[in-house]
Design a protein around this ligand. Structure first.
Ligand code: AMP
Length: 280
C-alpha cells in the first residue's frame, strides 16, 4: 500500500485514476483504524473505483487540554488495514503540509455547531470543517464517507458541502459496535479494564431512552432515563445527554417527532460519544 505524504503526489495519483475513468472516494480519518473505519473503507470500495484514506491527526480540532499529543499514531498498521479493506492509497500528510506556515483561513459552519459537542468543545468543528474542506480541495473526491457515530460532525460537513457548493456527495455510514454495544472508537484504547467494562452502559442508556420515546414519553423523560441508566456505572460521568431534532439539532418541536438522542460521557479522562436516532 502506497502512503503519500505530499499534496502533489495525491493530486497526480487522483488525476491518473480519473484519466482511466475511475470515480474517487475519500475516507477521512485520524488513524488508529478499527472496524468502524474499515466499514467506511469497504463501503467506499463498493461504490467508488479509487479509494483514498486520509490519516491525519488534525491539531486544529483539539482543545488545549485535549489529547492531541497522546492520540494513538500507528501509520504502518493503518496502511495495512486500509489495503485489506479495499483502499488504493493512504494520504498521511504532516501538519506543515496541511497548514502552510502562516495559514489563517478557516471554514466555519454556524448554527449546527452551537449545541451538543459544539457547545462543550469550542472551536472543535471549526477545525473539523477546515481540515475536511482542505481534504476535499486536495483529493477532489466524488464521494466522502463519514460515520454516524459522529452524527453532529456528519451533519455539519453535509451543511458545509451544501453551503459552499462543494461537488462532493457525503455518504453517512452506520455505527459499528463491539459485541457488548460499545461504539468502536480509537479512544477506547485509552480505557482501563474497569472503565471498559462500564462503558456499554452508554449504549444501554440511549436504548432505554429510545424505549421511553417509543412508549410515548417526552424528550426530557427519555433524557432522564438515559442519564439514570448511565449513572448505574458510577465510574462514568455524563457530560451531556440531549434529545434534539435530527436535522436542526435544536429542541424537537412536538412529541412523536423524530429525535436524535446523543450522549457524551467521561470514563476518567477519556471522552466517549454515542447516539441513536429515534424515528417519529
Ligand atoms: P476518526 O478517525 O475518529 O476521526 O473517525 C474517522 C471516521 O470514521 C469518521 O467519519 C467517524 O465517524 C468514523 N467512525 C469512527 N468510529 C466509527 C464507528 N464505530 N462506526 C462507524 N464509523 C466510525
Amino acid at each position: 500500500m502506497r502512503i503519500a505524504d505530499r499534496i502533489v503526489e495525491i493530486r497526480s495519483a487522483v488525476q491518473r485514476a480519473r484519466g482511466n475513468g475511475s470515480t474517487v472516494g475519500l475516507v477521512p480519518t485520524m488513524g488508529a483504524l478499527h472496524a468502524g473505519h474499515a466499514s467506511l473503507i469497504e463501503r467506499a470500495a463498493a461504490v467508488d473505483d479509487f479509494v483514498v484514506v486520509s490519516v491525519f491527526v488534525n491539531p486544529t480540532q483539539f482543545g488545549p487540554a485535549e489529547d492531541f499529543d497522546a492520540y494513538p499514531r500507528r501509520l504502518q498498521e493503518d496502511a495495512s488495514i486500509a489495503a485489506e479493506h479495499g483502499a488504493h492509497l493512504v494520504f498521511a500528510p504532516t501538519v506543515e503540509e496541511m497548514y502552510p506556515p502562516g495559514a489563517s483561513t478557516f471554514v466555519e459552519v454556524e448554527g449546527l455547531t452551537a449545541n451538543l459537542c459544539g457547545a462543550v468543545r469550542p472551536g472543535h468543528f471549526r477545525g473539523v470543517t477546515t481540515v475536511v474542506g482542505k481534504l476535499f480541495n486536495i483529493v477532489a473526491p466524488d464521494r466522502a464517507y463519514f460515520g454516524e457515530k459522529d452524527y453532529q460532525q456528519m451533519l455539519v460537513i453535509s451543511k458545509m458541502v451544501r453551503d459552499m457548493h462543494m461537488p462532493v456527495e457525503v455518504v453517512a455510514c452506520p455505527t459499528v459496535r463491539e459485541t457488548d454495544g460499545l461504539a468502536m472508537s480509537s479512544r477506547n484504547a485509552y480505557l482501563t479494564a474497569e472503565q471498559r467494562a462500564a462503558a456499554p452502559a452508554i449504549r444501554r442508556g440511549l436504548l432505554a431512552g429510545e424505549r421511553v420515546v417509543k412508549q410515548g414519553g417526552s424528550a426530557s423523560e427519555a433524557v432522564q432515563t438515559a442519564i439514570a441508566q448511565i449513572a448505574t456505572e458510577p465510574i462514568l460521568k455524563v457530560q451531556y445527554v440531549e434529545a434534539v431534532d435530527p436535522e436542526t439539532l435544536t429542541r424537537p418541536d412536538h412529541n412523536g417527532a423524530p429525535m436524535l438522542l446523543a450522549a457524551a460521557v467521561f470514563a476518567g479522562d477519556t471522552r466517549l460519544i454515542d447516539n441513536i436516532v429515534v424515528e417519529g
